[in-house]
Design a binder for this molecule. Structure first.
Ligand SMILES: [Zn+2]
Length: 379
């Protein structure tokens, strides 16, 4: 058995304790005071376990963010690990409970588990005396669940200085597949202005915004392509005032998901420049692709193969998967830095009442991250 895994297995209870501590420090994205307190607890854990340098990035609207650094190396080719401490849960909304080896709680899987795995991966590298040519930067943000508006630039700036990026977000399925692909996502708002008229007296003089919207919805749906990994969803519609009035206004909110960067431009062009179907109606479309996809590039495949090799040496087979959801890993992939996601613990139920982590695997997940850091830290 590798020295790192051996060390981590012996620390199993302590690792579980870290996860419990971080989960108890509830941190909804929209509650700065709570998230700030979680950040202080996280900092305390980092100081206690690893003791590298800490930079606090002050935020006014969301919780303060942290940059933890361990080891020495150039500023231009660091190993970057990114995570978020904010969760989708209001304080007290989801009870924390342990049933055998399963821990339930708010954000335990997404992604206090990933933060725990990262702290312990760094701790294991330190305790086993591993030497690395590159330094490790662990960036922890506080607004991932609400779109990363306040951390996007920080993430991009750190990614530009990085050799590789690891994202310990929740893994996939019962055997913890890593994510070698994530969809990109965009949102658009389609507003239609028609001509109102009385539905009985002068119906033919009107131009119904609702009717136009119906045509638009069906036509937008044609952009979806399952084989190409493009999905289009009109998730919200509004329109009209009364049954007997030809609608003057209608609108739709459109969610678009893509798997390749090239699809972004093409789809944006089509969606922003839509022709109308009904004479007399006018369309205004706004919006954009907000997150580019994490593509399964050659470099990503190599990362996955290296992870598989480490997993095999620990006695199990590691699989890969893709996610329709976007994460902060999409930002780092966008600027072309090899990024692999889903390195967090095994569990299930992110954003649902069933959210949980399987505690038995924590040492293995921490060892997997530690050893891939060790490999890329000396490349
Ligand atoms: Zn997450």
């Amino acid at each position: 058995m590798s020295i790192i895994l051996n060390y981590l297995k012996k620390q199993h209870n302590a690792i579980t304790e870290t996860l419990l501590t971080l989960t108890k420090a509830e941190s909804p994205s929209n509650k700065k005071t709570l998230t700030d307190r979680c950040g202080e607890i996280l900092k305390h854990e980092f100081d206690r376990l690893i003791g590298g340098s800490v930079e606090q990035i002050e935020q006014t609207e969301v919780g303060n963010q942290y940059k933890f650094t361990y080891g020495k190396g150039n500023d231009s080719d660091q190993i970057l690990v990114i995570g978020h401490m904010d969760t989708v849960w209001d304080e007290g909304a989801l009870p924390i409970k342990r049933e055998g080896d399963i821990l339930y709680g708010p954000g335990v899987f997404d992604m206090k588990g990933g933060l725990t795995v990262t702290l312990w991966a760094m701790k294991a590298l330190k305790e086993t005396g591993a030497s690395l040519k590159r330094k490790i930067t662990f960036l922890v943000t506080t607004d991932e669940e609400i779109g990363s508006e306040y951390s996007r630039d920080i993430i991009m700036r750190e990614a530009e200085k990085s050799f590789v990026v690891f994202v310990p977000e929740s893994s996939i399925g019962p055997d913890g597949a890593v994510k070698t692909q994530r969809k990109g996502a965009g949102s658009f708002l389609l507003k239609i202005e028609g001509i109102s008229a009385h539905a009985g007296i002068n119906a033919w003089e009107g131009a119904s915004a609702i009717e136009e919207l119906a045509w638009q919805i069906l036509d937008l749906k044609k952009l979806a392509n399952r084989d190409e990994g493009i999905s289009v969803n009109v998730g919200v519609v509004k329109g009209g005032t009364r049954m007997n009035v030809i609608a003057k206004e209608a609108e739709a909110e459109i969610d678009v998901r893509i798997t390749k960067k090239a699809q972004a431009e093409e789809l944006t062009e089509i969606i922003l420049n839509r022709p109308h179907f009904i004479n007399g109606t006018k369309l205004t479309v706004t919006g954009k692709i907000e997150r580019y996809p994490l593509e399964r590039t050659e470099a990503v495949i190599q990362l996955y193969k290296d992870l598989q090799e480490i997993a095999a040496s620990h006695g199990y087979e590691l699989r890969e998967g893709s996610s329709g959801g976007a994460s902060d890993g999409n930002f780092t992939a966008e600027i072309g830095v090899p990024t692999i996601d889903g390195l967090g613990p095994i569990g299930d139920g992110a954003h649902s009442e069933n959210e949980h982590v399987d505690l038995t695997n924590l040492p293995y997940r921490a060892a997997l991250l530690a050893e891939i850091i060790l490999k890329y830290g000396n490349k």
